[in-house]
Ligand binder design. Structure first.
Ligand SMILES: [Zn+2]
Length: 354
């Protein structure tokens, strides 16, 4: 038997009898009888030189999750020595994981059954429910609840975040209706009140708590045309990771995601702009004073999904791409462009103790 490379860490030490093939792993046939486990190039594994019984066994592992690999191998007539050899290969490739707990661990709608399976593919132990439990205990604060901010709130709530703190007392506009959260009946109500009402209707407490007094794990600030560094002073001094989202004329800048004292901040970005354009402070001040930027539908959808992805990556313990970068999403095709942002020498934010 030969195998191809795999990019996934080995399975956790565990009693062999307790392990199962990683949920969500497709097992497919290749030419010459080879069997491929997984399709993602980061961890797909090809096993060559298997007998028909061994091939049948592997497909059985994918289809029937309630039997152990040993039970299935016996039923399919796979020799114990070959069974152990193949299980060793699968374990080294991170293809075997402990079974998921039967008890409820996620507060997300539908217990986030779909999310749990997919998120488990990113974990050595396959425990997507543990990722969701972490999100359920997390607090995300959002300020600026137009179309984009409201859509971010709905996304992170659906992804299992347990507590949201909302701030935007401006009334819902007719231009906020449509894609996102608000309906015609919300027009004129304060945005944070209307959005809290919607979130509580979809997921009543305790499944989701809106506007508690918990310190946020991540804050998101959605602004128009140019970020105002002074708005982030308290988040910097309180060492709260935060994401800047700026809706502009025909694009949206998602980022930087600031880890205070450890990565470039919103003031670093402002200082960099001033280096490139000495009139930037004068221009930016006028841009910030204008009416709120209208948020077009496709930009709203992609910017909200991108921002939510960055927030969830931060909560889940990954390094989001927006740390030290801006993701610029522009019409007409809305493909994100990554622009690097280094800490600015004049800013001094890296001197702030996290
Ligand atoms: Zn800075």
């Amino acid at each position: 038997m030969s195998t191809s490379r795999t990019g996934r860490p080995a399975s956790l030490p565990s009693p062999r009898a307790a392990l199962r093939l990683r949920p969500g792993t497709p097992v497919v046939m290749r030419s010459d009888g080879a069997v491929q486990c997984g399709a993602d190039p980061r961890w797909a594994l090809v096993l060559d030189g298997l007998s028909p019984a061994e091939t049948s066994w592997l497909r059985d592992l994918s289809d029937r999750r309630h039997v152990t690999p040993e039970q299935s191998a016996t039923r399919r007539g796979v020799a114990p020595a070959r069974r152990e050899l193949i299980l060793d290969v699968l374990a080294r490739a991170g293809m075997l994981v402990p079974p998921a707990p039967a008890r409820r661990t996620s507060l997300a709608p539908g217990e986030a059954a779909a999310d749990a399976r997919v998120l488990g593919t990113l974990r050595t132990d396959g425990a997507g429910l543990a990722t969701l439990a972490g999100r359920g205990a997390a607090t995300v604060a959002l300020a600026g609840l137009g179309r984009i901010g409201a859509a971010i709130a709905l996304l992170v709530a659906a992804a299992g975040v347990g507590r949201l703190v909302l701030h935007d007392p401006q009334p819902v506009q007719t231009t906020d209706v449509g894609l996102g959260a608000y309906g015609e009946q919300d027009v004129g109500d304060p945005r944070d009140v209307a959005l809290a009402r919607l979130l509580n209707r979809r997921s009543p407490p305790p499944d989701i708590q809106v506007n508690g007094d918990a310190e946020p794990d991540v804050a998101v600030v959605v602004e128009s045309r140019a970020a105002l560094p002074a708005r982030f002073t308290r988040l910097m001094s309180a060492a709260v990771p935060h994401l800047s989202v700026v809706a502009r004329e025909a694009d949206v800048a998602v980022g930087p995601l600031v880890r205070p004292g450890r990565s470039a901040c919103v003031a670093c970005l402002d200082a960099e702009r001033a280096d490139q354009d000495r009139d930037w402070p004068l221009v930016a001040a006028q841009l910030r004073q204008g009416p709120e930027q209208l948020q077009e539908s496709s930009l709203t959808a992609l910017a909200a999904a991108t921002a939510a992805g960055q927030v969830l990556a931060q909560l889940d313990g990954h390094r989001p791409t927006a740390v030290g970068t801006c993701l610029e999403i522009a019409l007409p095709d809305c493909l994100p462009r990554v622009r690097k942002l280094d800490p600015h020498p004049r800013c001094g934010c890296l001197a702030i103790a996290p």
